[in-house]
Structures are given as structure tokens and as C-alpha cells.
Design a binder for this molecule. Structure first.
Ligand code: FES
Ligand code: FES
Length: 208
């Protein structure tokens, strides 16, 4: 019969918990200091520590784009980005695009083009669209489609999303003039503004 080895009688070694790390993120123009575990993703830092829940967690595996934010002006999947890697960076989330009550042109275009249904993918789509326009690489509808392919919409609002981006990219936003066709339906208008601004609407809708 095999003898119990000396190792078997040993108490398991205690693995020390890594110390928390101090990180400063400049989120929507405000310096935010955090003390977080080194494995905290940027997405969790935003949602759990800074209560910025406009950025959505879809797959948490880099496959849907719901978590897209801008870091130093470039679009990234925040679920695949460790917050400690972005110490000192400028982070723009959906909450940082509007200027007070004035929506970003792409947020307004999403409303004008009915570019969402459930609204869950919308903050990521808008951040990605803002990044895409700033990159200046897309010239055609097909190129917009290709460069937005990392953002999935389960509701299939793609034609309207592309139309909204195209309008802003070509500087046509607001060119039609006049009030939004949704203006006047105040509850609906408020709901749409909340969706594109990444604000909670109500439980079960694209709030948290
Ligand atoms: Fe990040 Fe899906 S939640 S890509
Ligand atoms: Fe529902 Fe895009 S609007 S997932």
C-alpha cells in the first residue's frame, strides 16, 4: 500500500491576495481616483465603481461591442481592457457625449433615424460611431458597415444605425431643419433621449 507522501500532510500554502492598485481615470473630463484590484476591467471600473451604467455589459468577452467607450479618442471594448492599463487616460463614455441638454449630433441622429429598439446596444453603437467618424477611414456605406461590424444589434436596427452615422459623417445632421418628428410626444421623446444618453429608463429597459 502506498505511503502518504510528506506533501499530502502539509497545509495548503496561502496565496497572498495582490494589493489593490491606485488608478486615475479622466472620465468625461473629471479625474476619478480608484483603488482597485489589478484584474478589474475598465467596464467594471465604470459601472461598479463610478456608477456610470450607460456603458453596457453584453457578452463580457469582446464579441458584441455593447461596452464600447472612447479611450484617448479611440474606441475600445472596455470589457477587454484592464483599468490599470489606462491609468491617466482620457475616457469618454456615453454619459460624456452630450453637452448639458444638447445631445451630441450622433445621439440626435439616432433618434431621428429610429436607430434603436430595445436600446441595449445603443450606447456602444453611438460611442463606436463617434470613434469611427473621428478616425476618418470610412468613405462609403459599405465601409461604415464594415468598420461598425464589431457592434452587434440583436434587434437588427442596422440600416437605421448606418443611416444615422452616414448623416453625421457627411455633415448633414440637422440639415433638414425643423423639429424632430418625435417632438411633441414628450414621454416618448424623453424615453428616446434617455436611451441615447445612456440613462436608466426603467427596470427591464436599457437602464442598467
Ligand atoms: Fe464587451 Fe460584449 S460586453 S464586447
Ligand atoms: Fe436592441 Fe440594438 S437596439 S440590441
Amino acid at each position: 500500500m502506498a505511503q502518504p507522501s510528506a506533501v499530502a500532510g502539509k497545509k495548503p500554502e496561502k496565496v497572498p491576495t495582490p494589493a489593490k492598485t491606485a488608478v486615475t481615470l479622466h472620465v468625461n473630463g473629471v479625474a476619478r481616483k480608484l483603488d482597485i484590484a489589478p484584474w478589474t476591467t475598465l467596464l467594471d471600473a465604470l459601472r461598479l465603481y463610478l456608477d456610470l451604467t450607460g456603458t453596457k455589459k453584453g457578452c463580457d468577452h469582446g464579441q458584441c461591442g455593447a461596452c464600447t467607450v472612447l479611450v484617448d479618442g479611440r474606441r475600445v471594448y472596455s470589457c477587454l481592457t484592464l483599468a490599470v492599463m489606462k491609468d491617466g487616460a482620457q475616457v469618454t463614455t456615453i454619459e460624456g457625449l452630450a453637452q448639458g441638454e444638447a445631445l451630441h449630433p450622433l445621439q440626435q441622429a439616432f433618434i431621428e433615424h429610429d436607430a434603436f429598439q430595445c436600446g441595449y446596444c445603443t450606447p456602444g453603437q453611438i460611442c463606436s460611431g463617434v470613434g469611427l467618424i473621428a478616425e476618418g477611414k470610412a468613405r462609403t456605406t459599405d465601409e461604415i458597415r464594415e468598420l461598425m461590424s464589431g457592434n452587434i444589434c440583436r434587434c437588427g436596427a442596422y440600416p437605421n444605425i448606418i443611416a444615422a452615422i452616414e448623416e453625421v459623417m457627411h455633415g448633414e445632421a440637422g440639415a433638414k431643419g425643423g423639429p424632430s418628428r418625435l417632438a411633441g410626444h414628450s414621454a416618448q421623446d424623453a424615453r428616446n433621449r434617455a436611451f441615447v444618453a445612456g440613462r436608466a429608463v426603467q427596470d427591464g429597459e436599457a437602464g442598467r
